[in-house]
Design a protein around this ligand. Structure first.
Ligand SMILES: Cc1cc2nc3c(=O)[nH]c(=O)nc-3n(C[C@H](O)[C@H](O)[C@H](O)COP(=O)(O)OP(=O)(O)OC[C@H]3O[C@@H](n4cnc5c(N)ncnc54)[C@H](O)[C@@H]3O)c2cc1C
Length: 488
């Protein structure tokens, strides 16, 4: 009798929500916005002190710092309008300026073939040109559906020789494996492919007009390329903040700095610690945007086959080395790619070029990113050694001058990239099936459902899941939601 009373007391204490969302990244906030607009109650539980997840901005000594580049771009006009009309969000339109440092030269990026071929040693450009043209004819005899790896995909699109220049160095540097070991799904989701007729026409026209760009970093006559994107005045954080405010206006409760302790899927409750108090909330449906491994650890059901699948399913981590520069601009690019393996960083993102409000007057800041696994040596390097390695590489290639660097800051982030090895999909089927077999648990977002999403796709996915509930759809899973990102 006493036990019954205690149980009842616990149940009456637990507040009930239609939905509990684990994680306050943009996918969870997108879901919360859409579903709460339609009168449903939502509780969002976020472990960090602010919302935003990977789309966050730090304020460090009056410099606003994103997690590397975070441009907002989408082909979905309705989504763009909805985001742009969020109160308090100061989205500005940009035309992307980006280059790649290759053959010791700065080339426009995305690659312009006429400039790439000109930058190479003559024999190499001849072989690449022949291989590309041969491939345009030969590819009609291959089956696109038989492309398993990213290498297969790239060779199919551009030929073997260009693969060895345009794809292999940068891809193997970012992912620490041969592109032959990365699933072709990654390319399908990231790149739309080129319309070859248009590409060839563009190259021929540029050759006739002698339309070649200079390779120097000082060249600011860089023609805009890569299309438009949107970016707030004080960092991408404005976007999750605006989504959170919109959801809160409709009654969504957002709790930050919480530690989720356990999920009881039979009782449909989540227990969490907030300000040293243990609290329990009840849900109708649970939406998880947190890493798959974290969700598995929190819930009570265990299965050997799922554990095995999770063991081999990896997210990549990332290190950001921020340098604070005592001059207004280093180059005019939003970001520059560095595929050479003897340069430790992958990209340099200059925040002063994204918005003047990102840096104090007269200064700029640069984020250098290094992708790692947790057993890659860089992950355990001390911050001072990492910073010195970044600075010495940047100075050696004449991107920076040591005397311009005022200070630095290092940040390491786990769960940054879902890693698509060749067998990832089979394992993911097992994992997703396990969680979603329980009809009131739903996976969502880049991290939560292991999809290589941009932020627009993550928000879109959140909206799509909410619509499924609102329309009373029987199958609510968005596992098969088709991600079509624009490459970045
Ligand atoms: C380096 C980098 C550059 C990128 N550049 C771009 C770009 O230019 N343009 C673009 O559109 N997209 C970009 N993206 C992708 C974009 O950041 C993501 O698509 C988006 O932020 C993912 O949102 P999400 O909600 O799906 O996941 P997340 O942002 O991962 O959200 C998950 C949330 O769950 C929280 N969480 C985790 N564990 C727990 C727990 N145990 N309890 C409670 N909460 C927890 C996390 O703190 C986080 O807030 C980039 C990503 C990276 C890593």
């Amino acid at each position: 009798m006493r036990f019954l009373k205690m149980t009842m007391k616990k149940e009456t204490q637990a507040q009930k929500f239609d939905f509990i969302v684990l994680g306050g990244g943009v996918s969870g906030l997108g879901f919360a916005k859409r579903i709460s607009e339609n009168g449903r109650s939502v509780l969002v539980l976020e472990k960090e002190s602010v919302v935003g997840g990977l789309s966050r901005t730090l304020n460090h000594n009056n410099f606003y710092l994103d997690f590397c580049a975070h441009r907002f771009h989408t082909n979905n006009k309705a989504l763009l309008n909805e985001i742009q009309s969020l109160p308090g969000l100061t989205m500005r339109r940009h035309i992307k300026k980006s280059r790649i440092y290759i053959f010791h030269k700065y080339l426009k990026y995305p690659f312009e073939l006429q400039n790439l071929l000109r930058a190479m040693p003559l024999y190499q450009s001849f072989l690449c040109g022949c291989s590309f043209i041969y491939n345009q004819f030969a590819k009609h005899f291959y089956k696109k559906s038989g492309l398993k790896s990213y290498k297969d995909w790239f060779v199919y699109q551009y030929g073997k020789r260009l693969y060895s220049v345009m794809c292999y160095p940068y891809t193997s540097k970012i992912w620490h494996v041969d592109p032959a070991e990365i699933s072709a799904d990654w390319a399908d989701q990231r790149f739309q492919g080129e319309n070859m007729k248009k590409l060839l026409r563009r190259i021929i026209l540029k050759l006739f007009r002698l339309d070649f760009s200079s390779y120097s970093l000082e060249d600011d006559s860089l023609a805009p390329d890569g299309g438009p994107f949107y970016y707030p005045l004080r960092g991408i954080q404005e976007m999750p903040d605006a989504l959170a405010r919109a959801a809160q206006t409709n009654g969504t409760k957002i709790r930050t700095s919480v530690e989720i302790i356990s999920i009881n899927s039979a009782e449909k409750t989540v227990s969490y610690r907030e300000e040293n108090k243990i609290k329990t909330a009840k849900y109708g449906d649970l939406i998880s945007t947190i890493p798959l491994h974290a969700l598995y650890a929190l819930q009570e059901r265990k299965e050997a086959i799922v554990e095995k699948a999770l063991k081999d399913t990896k997210y990549m981590s990332i290190i950001f080395v921020y340098l604070f520069i005592n001059k207004p601009q280093v180059s005019n690019d939003h970001w520059i790619y560095f595929p050479d393996k003897d340069i430790v960083f992958n990209r340099a993102v200059e925040f002063g070029n994204w918005s003047p409000e990102m840096c104090p007057p007269g200064k700029t800041s640069i984020c250098f990113d290094i992708t790692t696994f947790e057993d890659t040596p860089e992950w355990s390097m001390p911050d001072s050694a990492l910073t010195e390695r970044v600075i010495s590489d940047a100075v050696r290639i004449k991107y920076l001058e040591r005397t311009d660097i005022e200070s630095s800051y290092v940040l390491k982030i786990r769960y940054a990239y879902p890693f698509y090895d060749l067998a990832y999909k089979k394992r993911l089927d097992v994992i997703v099936n396990f969680f979603e077999n329980n009809k009131s648990t739903h996976l969502l977002g880049r991290t939560g459902i292991f999809k290589y999403n941009n932020s627009d796709n993550s928000i879109e996915m959140g909206f799509a899941l909410a619509e499924k509930f609102l329309q009373g759809k029987k199958n609510k899973s968005i596992y098969d939601y088709e991600v079509k990102s624009i490459s970045y």
